[in-house]
Write a protein that binds this ligand. Structure first.
Ligand code: ADP
Ligand code: MG
Length: 240
């Protein structure tokens, strides 16, 4: 589903991704962890074309990401992204947040887009909230709207960049529950998170990054049982 081959990226002289290679299969839930500044956000943003890279190739469901002929808005619809700070449009209602991309990028009619939007709003446990504005919702609710908005585009995979890091602790669970449901339904997901409980329960793969490199790319059981690198062992010792 997602093929990342020898991807490198520099900011000036500074290597932010160094020869990263991994594959994500259909239905995989890959948790990406590692210290701050290790390149996690940059890696997942390269996957949907939000970050250019200088070397290597990324192919998503048959579409090469960096190629000049690739329609980036269409690609980003097929591989949705959920950010730490929700990134809802503040001046639009929940309903309009849910429909805008569907109408603009996928060419759906307003009725069609609204119906799908409401379907996914219900799916994330927020039916009846469509006329509110983002500031009238809690952080956990806003993040669930952001997930519904991504789902309404019929993505083949979803990318999450620390989706619960900006939330008050009591709201983390409601967002992780929605993500767990998606994983159980077979959604392909790459999730940058420090929530190791989620990783243990839901992930089947773990990627550990440090200094722009992928140091571990293994099953969840291997990662939590017998991490190969000292760095990963140190990281786990500190975080758990
Ligand atoms: P993570 O998500 O693991 O915390 P990032 O992918 O955000 O790491 O960043 C990786 C590295 O790239 C960091 O050292 C960061 O300072 C650097 N970086 C990110 N964006 C830029 C930029 N626009 N210009 C220069 N350096 C950047
Ligand atoms: Mg980050």
């Amino acid at each position: 589903m997602i093929e990342i081959q020898n991807v490198s990226k520099w900011y000036g002289q500074f290597p932010v991704l160094a020869d990263c290679t991994t594959q994500v299969g259909r239905g995989d839930v890959m948790v990406i962890c590692g210290p701050s500044g290790s390149g996690k956000s940059t890696l997942i943003k390269t996957v949907n074309g939000l970050e250019p890279f200088q070397q290597g190739t990324i192919v998503v469901d048959g579409t090469p990401v960096g190629a000049p002929e690739t329609d980036l808005p269409k690609l980003r619809a097929r591989i949705g992204m959920v950010f730490q700070n929700f990134e809802l449009f503040p001046h639009l209602s929940v309903s309009d947040n849910l429909t805008l991309g569907q109408c603009k990028v996928l060419g759906r009619t307003r009725d069609e887009a609204t119906a799908r939007g409401l379907h996914y709003l219900d799916r994330v446990g927020l039916s009846g909230q469509q006329d509110k504005y983002p500031h009238q919702l809690s952080g956990g609710q806003q993040q669930r709207v952001a997930i519904a908005r991504a789902l309404a585009m019929d993505p083949v995979a979803l990318l999450f960049d620390e989706p619960t890091s900006a939330l008050d602790p009591e709201m983390v669970g409601e967002v992780l529950d929605v993500m767990t449901g998606l994983a159980q339904d077979g959604m392909t997901m790459m999730v940058v998170t420090h929530e190791m409980g989620f990783a243990r329960r839901v992930a089947n793969r773990v990627l550990f990054m440090d200094g722009g490199r992928i140091l571990e790319d293994c099953s969840k059981d291997e990662f939590f049982g017998t991490p190969r690198s000292d760095r990963a062992r140190d990281f786990l010792a500190r975080i758990i």
